[in-house]
Design a protein around this ligand. Sequence first.
Ligand SMILES: *[C@@H]1O[C@H](CO)[C@@H](O)[C@H](O)[C@H]1NC(C)=O
Length: 226
Amino acid sequence: MSLALDNSSGSGFESKNEFIYAKVEMNIKLVPGNSAGTVTSFYLKSEGNSWDEVDMEFLGNTSGDPYVLHTNIFTKGMGNREQQFYLWFDPTTDFHTYSITWNPAHIVLVVDKKPIREYRNVDPNNNVPYPRDQPMKLYGSLWNADDWATRGGSVKTDWSKAPFTASFNNYTADGDKTAPWYSSELIDGDDLKQMQWVQKNYMIYNYCDDSNRFHGSLPAECGRKN
Ligand SMILES: *[C@@H]1O[C@H](CO)[C@@H](O)[C@H](O)[C@H]1NC(C)=O
């Protein structure tokens, strides 16, 4: 499927099914060339005004400058859990595989089999927010966000290059709670090494390192390996 964006509209899709816990996976080829101002997204989201959401958003850039993969996790309508990454490949020349695993133990974001982020359910007593009971659907979209996406909004969408297109294929969604993705094991071993490699070399923002923003007291889940 291809999504298009021009100066009259963006576009998107949503899954028919909704899930409480799932592993979803998609191959995506991002907008090539000058994609500044555009955002291509792949996310899970529940309904209502107290929603949960797990985001992978690809912030476009001018030709030759790197995309930013912006991730966030919302619980009961509250986000502020951003982590941002550069990618270690050009995401516009080929399809790459992006996945979200959401089970009772953790949420894991994976790029081409490398975990890049693990958000753990650190508190069995539910005092630390974790998406646990609102069913989510999978969404994909391509939209204009030139008020913030590229260099903080200073580079605008060049509409003379429209329509912009991003392509998606090989969608899978697994809600089978007997499957391996439902395991309560946390990221470890080689997967942990890969995640550490990505975070060390490609992470450009982590809310858990931004204590100024939270006036010196980081959110409860930080410091517990999120
Ligand atoms: C765009 O490129 C600039 C310059 O390399 C970089 O600072 C920025 O993080 C890139 N990505 C976005 C989305 O602005």
